[in-house]
Write a protein that binds this ligand. Structure first.
Ligand code: DAH
Length: 347
């Protein structure tokens, strides 16, 4: 083998050795082996002087090129090893181009689904959807709905009244009114009747507030869906037919239902509607109240400037939580508000 071939072979061998190391210590050993003072290459460099003149230059140049080559490879291998060590210490750097992990994937909240289902059934029956404010006045919440001044619901222990200073803007003329968080969605009946001349059919769903102690069936904030239908000839049979259709469509099957005489200041006659539930979890065969309803009281028409003899209407108010509990078989209303993904995932 010529001197040049031997050097080329040495170079290949050294490059392979550098490539194969996996630690800084091993790299240092390879460096000593191929470029250290006792290495073949260095020894040859020292003995250059003994070569014939014409070889001195070429061999010298070859050795230097190989030396530079090896040094470069040692340096880049050293960097690669250092990077690898750092990665092991820190873990992989985050890749900003990756899609973010989905931590919480839940369907619409069961109360939202229940509300949407209710509203879609009533719109099939020709009701329009309207909305009303959650902060309202005593007049909309009670007076216009024929609720007497001494009614217990108007008590501060039942209703959240708001301090006047928090509600009355400097431009408002209504400085004398008591503001409150609405205790029911029946307020929307009044707002609708003031804005639209009958005949009309509306539903409104939203949040209501009462000073209730929280337990398995009560919360200080819950949801209602209110309905109002007014024309010159609306009667009790229309109310019953509407509720009957609703229950069938909502639960996907007919339920025995009954209108039980009750009292609400804004309807006359008034009823509570019960449905007969054969079995619900641990509860067996029972009538469960699902809504209050009745024929609109003439005083309510009068309060909004309509002739109570000319117009007739029915109204109803459902508790959304109550229906959701029946639909999904949930026995504690508090579960709706805990924001627990394990619960919310089921719907
Ligand atoms: N507002 C009543 C409540 O919160 C529910 C209700 C009863 C609404 C009878 C009505 C109705 O529209 O006619 O308990």
């Amino acid at each position: 083998m010529s001197g040049g071939d031997a050097l080329a072979k040495l170079r290949e061998e050294a490059l392979l050795a550098i490539e194969g190391v996996d630690s800084m210590q091993a790299l240092q050993l390879v460096k000593t082996q191929y470029l250290g003072p006792k290495s073949t290459l260095m020894r040859q460099l020292k003995t250059l002087g003994g070569l014939p003149n014409e070889q001195k230059v070429t061999v010298g140049q070859t050795i230097n090129r190989i030396k530079q080559d090896l040094e470069q490879n040692l340096t880049s291998k050293g960097r690669a090893l250092q990077d690898k060590m750092q990665l092991t210490r820190l873990g992989n750097p985050p890749d900003p181009s990756l899609a973010s992990p989905v931590h919480l994937q839940v369907p619409l909240h069961p109360l939202t689904q229940t509300r949407d289902k209710m509203l879609s059934i009533f719109t099939q029956l020709g009701f329009s959807i309207v909305e009303g404010p959650e902060i309202d006045t005593e007049w909309f919440c009670f007076d216009a709905l024929n609720v007497p001044k001494n009614h217990p619901a108007r008590n501060e222990q039942d209703t959240f009244f708001l301090p006047k200073s928090a509600c009355v803007s400097s431009t408002s003329k209504r400085t004398d009114e008591d503001y409150l968080l609405r205790a029911h969605t029946s307020t929307v009946q009044i707002r609708t009747l003031l804005e639209h001349k009958p005949p009309l059919k509306i539903v409104s769903s939203g949040r209501v507030f009462r000073r209730d102690t929280v337990d398995a069936t009560h919360n200080f904030n819950f949801h209602q869906t209110e309905g109002l239908c007014v024309s010159s000839e609306t009667n009790l049979l229309d109310l019953k037919g509407t509720l009957d259709f609703f229950v069938r469509a909502f639960f996907g099957k007919p339920y025995n239902m009954r209108l039980r005489p009750s009292f609400f200041p804004f309807t006359e006659p008034s009823f509570e509607m019960d449905i007969f539930v054969p079995h619900l979890g641990k509860i067996k065969d029972t009538w469960i109240e699902v809504c209050g309803c009745g024929m609109v009281h003439p005083n309510v028409f009068e309060a909004v400037g309509l002739n109570g003899q000319e117009w007739q209407g029915f109204a109803f108010g459902f508790g959304v939580e109550r229906l959701a509990m029946l639909l999904y078989g949930i026995d504690d209303v508090r579960r709706f508000y805990q924001n627990d993904a394990r619960f919310l995932k089921q719907f």
